[in-house]
Design a protein around this ligand. Structure first.
Ligand code: GLN
Length: 458
């Protein structure tokens, strides 16, 4: 990662990033840009360098921040109408830690409204285009973040991954995207989607940059009770020798993804890794389990948006009940409402046992199955998604088809495991192809080291 020093100035880096962001404005990558403050911060860093003062590990590095991280600077919208305009009174811990090291947020990246989606088409501000084909989706929900890195606008971007929202857009745009072990990075100040699944993570051009970002951000935060003590900066790296592949995971894949997967397996074998076939029969329940538990938590987390406490309030209403009803129905996108309805349904008395409870039990089986599998191998390699980037509009009329795109990305979220999307090539039409490396809990540092190693070995 290029950082500001005597040879490269922070102002120069930030100016270039802002120029590129504007050049690609028709891609809908950014919801807003922080021109003035970003340049001011860059000047301060350059002055420090000129005075010979110590600067942070990310001095002057321009980054894009997914617009569901709160920051006292500018507005946070979560790409929704209901949070527009919302001026946050606090700054997310992750943002604070990055900026304490000198990183400079040049703007807020587009996402599916409230991170609900797999294409960024659910954004109130319009869909982000894919970096290789403007007629195709960027993936989602962190589409803006992925494309900002893929088009070289910024050095890195933040994202959140509840069910694939970092890894899938990373794989659709040929960059690395990392979802850490649940609890590694504080979610204080991040707009909650499904709290038992949400993770903060990063997009970058290589695993070493992600390692540095993890070193900066990992660790306990008294403001987020789910954070783990900092194991990341203390982890003893294991060197991987056994790689698991999941039996049956090759089914239903687009031919070019299947070929890329098979050739990566062959290449690992040729480099001396032992490839082990795993039988994981409960993984096929991961998608339905996710689409019960996630909406259940979404319906609870979104109940705070009532037209009174934050952002948008509908006009011309008479009763308090109408303020709630109309603000919510006008402020939420259709996908937000779908999740609220599914969530309320699976939690309602009479259906709770049949849906929510059953899904929670199945989640435990999935966790156990991963635990058993990691007794046999160091990491698991799978595709990220069954298809490369699809056409804009292709799946918007069929929510189930959109959910099916997540079939390979959600399983590890249910188990709280780390996963890294790695770029592995292109389709004949030039679309990016990605695979993911999944590790046991708290193996994050070793996982990134393994990714660096196989990248070097290429
Ligand atoms: N595509 C998944 C969903 O729509 C994942 C979203 C996410 O990780 N934020 O639920």
């Amino acid at each position: 990662m290029k950082i500001a020093d005597k040879t490269t100035s922070a102002v120069q880096m930030v100016k270039e990033a802002l120029e590129k962001a504007k050049k690609y404005s028709d891609y809908h990558i950014f919801v807003s840009l922080n021109e003035e403050t970003a340049l001011k911060k860059a000047e301060e860093i350059d002055e420090k360098i000129a005075r010979g003062e110590k600067v942070g590990r990310l001095a002057g590095v321009p980054y894009a921040c997914k617009d569901n991280f709160l920051s006292e600077e500018g507005n946070t919208t979560a790409s929704s109408k209901i949070l527009e305009p919302f001026k946050a009174p606090i700054t997310a811990t992750a943002v604070e830690r990055l900026e304490d090291e000198g990183a400079i947020m040049i703007g807020r990246a587009n996402l599916d409204s409230f991170a609900h989606g797999s294409s960024t088409e659910n954004s109130y501000f319009g869909p982000t285009s894919n970096s290789k084909d403007k007629e195709r989706v960027a993936g989602g929900s962190s589409g803006g973040s992925a494309v900002a890195v893929a088009l070289d606008i910024v050095e890195f971007a933040t994202g959140t991954d509840t069910g694939g929202s970092i890894r899938q857009p990373a794989s659709f745009n040929g960059v690395y995207g990392f979802k850490p072990t649940y609890g590694t990075i504080s979610r204080y100040g991040v707009v909650a989607m499904a709290s038992s699944l949400d993770c903060v993570g990063f997009f970058a051009k290589d695993p070493e940059d992600i390692d540095l970002l993890m070193e900066v951000c990992a660790g306990q935060d008294p403001k987020d009770m789910t954070t783990l003590p900092d194991y990341y900066n203390k982890e003893n790296e294991i060197s991987a020798s056994k790689i698991g592949i999941v039996k049956g995971f090759g089914q239903g894949l687009a031919p070019e993804i299947k070929t890329a997967y098979e050739s990566e397996i062959e290449s690992l074998k040729s480099k001396g890794y032992e490839v082990i076939e795993l039988y994981m029969p409960t993984l096929k329940y991961a998608l339905p389990v996710y689409y019960i538990l996630c909406p259940a938590e979404v319906s609870s987390n979104l109940s705070r948006h009532d037209g009174v406490r934050y952002g948008f309030r509908a006009e011309g209403v008479e009763s308090l009940e109408d303020v709630y009803g109309k603000s919510r129905s006008e402020g939420f996108m259709p996908e937000n409402k779908r999740r609220i309805m599914i969530g309320n349904f699976v939690l309602s008395s009479g259906f709770y046992d049949a849906y929510y409870l059953k899904a929670a039990q199945a989640r435990t089986l999935i966790i156990k199955e991963y635990e058993e599998s990691f007794k046999k191998c160091d990491f698991i390699l799978t595709p990220v998604s069954p298809n490369p980037a699809f056409k804009l509009g292709e799946k918007t009329g069929d929510p189930l088809a959109m959910y099916m795109e997540d079939v390979l990305s959600v399983p590890l979220n249910l188990a709280g495991l780390p996963g890294l999307a790695i770029p592995v090539g292109k389709t004949k039409d030039g679309l990016d192809l990605g695979l993911q490396i999944v590790g046991p809990r708290r193996s994050d540092k070793s996982l990134l080291a393994f990714a660096s190693k196989i990248k070097e070995e290429k």
